[in-house]
Design a binder for this molecule. Structure first.
Ligand SMILES: [Fe+2]
Ligand SMILES: [Fe+2]
Length: 142
């Protein structure tokens, strides 16, 4: 699994209407929340397979957060400390599944609603990446 599935060489100077700005701000929150969850899960999950997967997922969600940060022209993004993940693999996989499912649904709608072509393109690209993430937990929850 590649950690950098999104080509971030594109332009960052994007005009955002109100709706796009609201959705991008929400997307940033989603990515930060998922990043800190995966960081937690990567340290608390006893199984090495889980530690590895959650660590990679934390990295990817962190990269997604930094894409939204650039679009929003923010100087910095706060990643709060978080320790509310489970100490077992299965519940963390289940939480991963519901988090990715939520992200996919929100990003799909945000892509449809996007006025900015660039924002639409990023939401669409992220739907694909998050769908890969969903499959990781799905395969392991079988
Ligand atoms: Fe993401
Ligand atoms: Fe994801």
């Amino acid at each position: 699994m590649e950690s950098t599935e999104y080509d971030d060489s594109g332009a960052w100077d994007v005009e955002l209407n109100e709706k796009d700005k609201t959705n991008v701000e929400k997307a940033l929150e989603v990515e930060v929340s998922n990043n800190i969850f995966y960081k937690c899960a990567s340290t608390k999950t006893p199984e090495l397979d889980g530690q590895k997967i959650f660590k990679i997922l934390a990295k990817v969600e962190g990269e997604h957060a930094s894409v939204w940060k650039k679009i929003l022209k923010l100087d910095k993004v706060d990643f709060p400390k978080y320790d509310k993940c489970a100490a077992e693999y299965k519940p963390n996989l289940e939480e991963s599944h519901s988090r990715e499912d939520r992200a996919i649904k929100f990003y799909s709608q945000a892509a449809v609603d996007a006025e900015s072509a660039r924002v639409k393109e990023i939401f669409e690209a992220f739907v694909e990446v998050e769908t890969d993430h969903l499959h990781l937990s799905e395969a392991r929850l079988k």
